[in-house]
Design a protein around this ligand. Structure first.
Ligand SMILES: CCCC/N=C1\SC[C@@H]2[C@H](O)[C@H](O)[C@@H](O)CN12
Length: 631
């Protein structure tokens, strides 16, 4: 077989295979998402993937991670895409790039920026002119950055995916797919291999003439049937599974997902025997730090957990697993794998228990959390309308009349997106939750302050046939009265947490019943010999954690299945320096406000039965309000 005299990665239509520089080539790839791994750990993870026998790495580019506001771009630090491409090159891994614009990935809004929803009627993932204008603007920044990294230009990108499982989306807008294909060709040239990926039900609307059709399926699926479906769209060319599921995602309140080593290795072996190219999704999952998790909807709203361990061959903490060695053994039967050992699991550290101390009630810091002051509106406004993309917003109103008897407080049309923590005169009354908890009862004196803290638990990343706006989507109803005249406080919690809470800020303006939303913190130092660790929050309910100002993600100890948060060692300061951990507890503080750092994760706690509300047991009243209040 003569080698190509130039760099090339092409489909050999006669032999149903790929050719790399003119030589037959099959990729055995793995997915790793740079946006779920601190930059300092990228090289470690990529090296382990190479040593596992992979010759390629596949990853998405989340639009919302790089364009926080229209026309504002961020490719720095853990967002430095080019640096990640370079690390992959150093690890001798080719790249299969998936820039979207929609990526799914259990990522917030499937990677689409929330600011698209500032035009409430925008039709996402269609040829809607407003949507396409934003897409064009983004890709005219992104695609020229990756052009030099295309394989035939001297880089390591061998193929690029257009959209993501588009056939699973209701719109089925071929004009949109054609627009994307044209844009990619215009900005990347004719040589690069462009492809699509769909499940077996999605090929009709997901595939497009001129884009190589690939499929995705897991170990329990019928490989023969699904590859036959791919053949209906690609009678010639290599068989490709672009997402072979090595594990699966986790939802808060559902059991931890796993896939057996036997099933996963058997499926891989069967595909490699066919000569197929395969990408294993995920090979290393990582973490949904901050507020970046997405959500699904299967009967009810299902936010994704902070951990994206995915039961992947490389664990969330970057450790090799028996599943990795089993897969490496399969790969070694089909192609050469690098000689040499894989690094052992990294050192882990235990610490604590540590006592946390009350910094203050969230409501006492509104002047710092919302320095620009509230927005006033007769009816509550959404996060998107006030340009708060993620995190928390406080909605405040006042009782225009006394409420002596416990009176139902609810939001019509399941309008709490996603969790609401209700206070009256600063005293915690309870929680309302999208799909799960529609009402609570409260009393209050005339003029009492009614505060509703809304938590955005992550926008739908899959299966949404509507735009997932956040906040109070309808005005709450107290008894028969619609509550109007609201103050909206978009809260800059992350900015505040980076400050130190001077004790003098702490007002004892409320009974010392520690309940949320409330800040606790402490400082601690570690031994230099310490390693990665796993934060355990026994007795705490739900909230957010920061370590040294880094937003580690959400905890929901009461609901599970995740009980610990992965703490990468590079986040911690060395011996002699104090580390600071801050918790925002949204509900109830344990009698012993302590935390621990464990040397192994807990991702599969049994469900707390109290969570399993049946929808019928908690339906809201359908009675229409008799009068408007607040006038
Ligand atoms: C039956 C699966 C339909 C949804 N597709 C999923 S769930 C896990 C993965 C990731 O979200 C991935 O980003 C999707 O492309 C495919 N997939």
């Amino acid at each position: 077989m003569p080698k190509a005299d130039t760099r090339s990665f092409v489909v050999d239509w006669n032999q149903d295979r790929f050719l790399l520089d003119g030589v037959p080539f099959r990729y055995v790839s793995g997915s790793l998402h740079y946006f779920r791994v601190p930059r300092v750990l990228w090289a470690d993870r990529l090296f382990k993937m190479r040593m596992s026998g992979l010759n390629a790495v596949q990853f998405y580019v989340p639009w919302n991670y790089h364009e926080p506001e229209p026309g504002v771009y961020n490719f720095n630090g853990s967002r430095d895409l080019i640096a990640f491409l370079n690390e992959a090159s150093i690890a001798n891994l080719l790249v299969i790039l998936r820039p979207g614009p929609y990526i799914c990935a259990e990522w917030e809004m499937g990677g689409l920026p929330a600011w698209l929803l500032r035009k409430p009627n925008v039709r996402l993932r269609t040829s809607d002119p407003d949507f396409l204008a934003a897409v064009d603007s983004w890709f005219k920044v992104l695609l020229p950055k990756i052009y030099p990294w295309l394989y035939h230009n001297g880089g390591n990108i061998i193929s690029i995916q257009v959209e993501n499982e588009y056939g699973s989306y209701r719109a089925c807008d071929i004009s949109y797919m054609r627009h994307l294909a044209g844009l990619f060709r215009a900005l990347l040239g004719e040589e690069i291999l462009l492809f699509t990926t769909d499940g077996p039900e999605g090929l009709k609307c997901g595939s497009l003439e001129g884009l190589y059709t690939t499929v995705d399926f897991g170990p329990a699926d019928n490989m023969t049937k699904i590859f036959a479906l791919q053949r209906e769209y690609e009678p010639h060319g290599p068989l490709v599974n672009s997402e072979y599921y090595t594990g699966w995602l986790d939802y808060w309140g559902q059991n931890h997902s796993t896939r057996s080593i036997t099933d996963v290795t058997r499926g891989l072996e069967n595909m490699l025997k066919l000569g197929a190219s395969v990408n294993m999704y995920m090979f290393h999952g990582g973490t949904n730090f901050g507020y970046w998790n997405g959500a699904d909807e299967k009967g009810h709203f299902l936010p994704i957990t902070t951990s994206y361990d995915y039961d992947a061959p490389i664990s969330e903490a970057g450790d090799v697993t028996p599943k990795l060695f089993a897969l490496r053994n399969v790969i070694s039967q089909f192609q050469e794998i690098p000689l040499g050992p894989l690094p052992p699991p990294s050192p882990k550290m235990m610490l604590g228990p540590l006592t946390l101390y009350l910094d203050g009630y969230m409501l006492d810091f509104l002047h710092l959390l919302c320095p620009q002051g509230p927005i006033h509106s007769i009816l509550p406004m959404t996060f998107e309308a006030v340009r708060q993309d993620r995190g928390f917003m406080l909605y405040r109103t006042y009782l225009m009349y006394p409420v002596f008897e416990p009176t139902q407080f609810w939001v019509p049309n399941n309008g709490v997106h996603d969790r609401a923590y209700v206070m009256v005169d600063g005293v915690f009354q309870g929680v309302l939750e999208r799909n799960m908890k529609h009402k609570l009862f409260l009393t209050g004196k005339m003029g009492a302050t009614v505060d509703v803290l809304l938590e955005n638990m992550g926008r739908l990343s899959f299966g949404s046939n509507y735009s997932d706006f956040k906040g109070l989507l309808e005005p709450p109803i107290l008894g028969q009265t619609i509550l109007t005249h609201w103050l909206m406080f978009p809260l800059e919690v992350d900015k505040l947490v980076k400050w130190w809470f001077p004790p003098q800020l702490l007002k004892n303006s409320r009974p010392q019943i520690p309940s949320g939303p409330i800040f606790y913190s402490t400082t601690f130092s570690i031994l230099d010999s310490g390693g990665d660790t796993f934060l355990f929050l026994p007795g705490w309910t739900k909230g957010q954690v920061w370590i040294n100002g880094f937003n580690l993600g959400r905890y929901w100890t009461k609901r599970g299945p995740q009980q610990t948060l992965y703490v990468p060692r590079p986040l911690l300061f060395p011996t002699g320096s104090l580390n600071k951990i801050t918790l925002l507890e949204l509900e109830n503080v344990p009698p012993q406000p302590e935390i621990q750092f464990l040397d192994s994760p807990i991702l599969n706690s049994t469900l707390h039965k109290t969570y399993i509300y049946s929808l019928s047991a908690d339906t809201q009243s359908d009675s229409e309000p008799m009068e408007l209040s607040g006038h």
